[in-house]
Every structure is written in structure tokens, then in C-alpha cells.
Design a binder for this molecule. Sequence first.
Ligand code: ZN
Ligand code: MN
Length: 445
Amino acid sequence: MKYTPVVGLEVHVELSTNSKLFCGCSADHFAKEPNTNVCPVCMGLPGALPYTNIEAVRDTIMFGLALNCKINNFSKFDRKHYFYPDLPKAYQISQYDLPFCESGKWTVESGKTIGITRVHLEEDTGKLVHKNINEQKVSLIDFNRSSVPLMELVTEPDFDNVEDVLEFLKELRLIVRYLGISTADMEKGSMRLEANISLRKSDEKTLPNYKIELKNINSFKFLEKALKCEIERQSELLSDGNTILQETRGYDEAKGMTFSQRSKEDAHDYRYFPEPDIPPLKFTDQEIIEIKSHIPELPNQKRDRFKSEFKFPDEFLNYLVSSRETAEYFEKAVQLDVNNDIGPKTIASSMVNLKLHEEYPEASGLIRHLKEITKTKFSNSDETNKAIDEVISKNPKQVQDYQNGKEQLIGFFIGQVQKILQGGGDSVLIRNTLISKLGSENNVS
Ligand code: ZN
Ligand code: MN
């Protein structure tokens, strides 16, 4: 390709604290009767005084630490002014020059390190609801979400491909969930994505003099599509000798295209100034270390540890760390298998391929079950061979796809074989036999 993408991200994450950021109202706003979770502070009534929810601040610092950020010993809140009906004070309490967290970094699978510019804390806005009432179009405002704590993470424009962007964002969601600070549920708007993207000539290192901001994108899939669209659109424009003007674009899901929302002329002047009603916040190094001590083992650390301890393939690792509960269930099960009768591989396989942990909510139940089948009918290699041959002959399409390079289908085959063996197969034996039987077409009967 002639051009290399230059991508930076802005991610908003709503914290699931009990109360809102600057008042005692419940922060749980989803699907609640409109305007039932409100008070003078979050309604922005004159004279109401905000006070800080320290839990939200600690959560933000914990998140910043997980992303290797430097934590400022001295931070403050600032007012960011703009006029919009869902913002009753006509300013948002946010952070400007002294955010809680700065200068972090995160290394993605490909080995590239992404700079984290900052992580700050701000209040969410209310919500506009557009309706037809008595055949009249009306816009209503629901302030239940107003002042719910919202973390904002900004990265450097360090991404140069879409795959790294998606991997980073998925890891981010996982980290937030491991920390237990947000549901990071995108359908409910608890995690919101924005990206800016431009293209530079592949043989030049300087950043382009424009960027396109992609806003209001509510799924990983749409972000992926929007970015790919932009790469194509911008390369065509640049190849034809056009200059690209800075603008904000949205993504039309139905048309599969990005579209212009606003151009640079209405760039905002937010007139930031320090929030006079909230004293600055100070954290000693000791206090920061204390917050750090609450960070659990993170998904990437678990993945690395499981890899070196158990030598599992990537599909196993990714599944086991896909939630903190799944990872802890697996580790509990391994612990309970004191004499290693079953072994970590079989335990993992029973979870990855058969989802047995969904049937046995307690790890002890899974172990009891696995021990039983090991004793009574642990399949010998004859039975396993027969089951494998059956699966191969019943799934010619998948066999062909596998042989054409879709190797992740191995999980599907293992699952089918285990189904026939009712979970009693030796997963290592099945995997190895399958691989050798599927390996070359001649071996397949
Ligand atoms: Zn309130
Ligand atoms: Mn923001």
C-alpha cells in the first residue's frame, strides 16, 4: 500500500460506582423511569454544590496504573463549557491540564507499543429522547445519566493498522471488567468509541496535517468497518491529488459508509477553567501504591502465565481469560484436582470445547463429574478413533475448509468428537489424532 494509516483513539467508559460523581444519586441509570435519579446537583440548579465521589477517582487511578500511566500527585477538575440541552449547567466538569493519569503505554500482540496520552475523569451528560407526542415531534431530556462518572482515555496516534486497534480496544474492555470498575457494555453505552484517522505516505514519517474524527460508533464491528471505509476513501482522495479537510464523520450502518457530520469551522472553544467548587485532589506516593495493590492479575498476565505453566494453544488461553470468572473457575478446578488425576488440559478442554463450566456453576462439581467419567468410561484410543472417523465423514465441508487453511476449526472437531464421547475423551489424544488424520487428504477416509 502507498499510504499508512495513522490512528488515535478516544474511549469513554462509564464507571459502575453506587452513586454519581458529584452527588449522592444512584449511578445506575439504565432503563430507569426518566428523571427519577436526580437532585439539584446533577440537574445543575443554581447554588447546588458538587462533592467528589472518591471511589470513582480511585477507580480511574487504578485503571491508569493498569495501563502503566504516571499518576499525578496533584490533580484538579476543570469546567469545559459548551451549550447543549442535555448539559444543564452549560459546562461539563472534566479535567484539563492536570488529569489523574498521564503518559501510559500498552504493548499490543504485534510488539508495537501504543502511547496512552491520558486518562481523566468527567461527568456524563443527560440524554435527549426524541419522540412523537400528539403528532408533534418533541425532544425530551432525561437527567438520570447526568453526572454519572465517565473515564476518558486518549491514546497517541500510534496505531498503523485496524487489527491492532481492535485488539487494543478488546483488551481495554477486558481490563476494565477484570478491575470490576465498569460493565463496559457497548449496547448500553457504558463504553463508547471514537477514533481519529488520517493517512501518511508510507515512505514519510511526518504526521499528516489533517485528521478525520469518527464519532458515535457503538460496536467494535462498526468501528472496524468505518476505519476500513476511511482508509479506502482517503487513499482514493489522496491518490487523485486532493487535500483532505479536517472533519467529523459518522458511520451509516445501513449504507456501510461514513458520512460528514461537521467540518472544522465550528471547532469549539471550551473556555476551560478550574472548577472553583471542588478543591484540588492530592495523592501521596504511598496512597498511589495502596491503590495499585488492589489491581488483580490482569488478562494479559494470566494469558502469559497459563501459557508458560500449561503450554496451552492460543484458543484455549483466550477463552480461559475471556472473563475473570472463567479464569478463576479454571484455576480453582486445577487446585481441586489435587492428585492431578484429570490434569489441566482436560479441565481446560472440558470448558473450552464442551462449556461444562456452564453446567457446573461450582468448580468442585466439574471436578466430580470429570473424575466420574474418567473412572467409568474414559475412552480408549479405539473409541476415540471411531468417533473421530465419524466426525470427519459427517462434516466434509468443515474438513475441506480446515485443509484449505482454516485451522481454527480444530476446536469445532474436538467439540464434536467429545460430544460423541460424552466429554470422556482425552483431549490431547483427540487433538493429535485429529491433526494427523486431517493433515493430508490421503489420510481422510
Ligand atoms: Zn444528583
Ligand atoms: Mn469526554
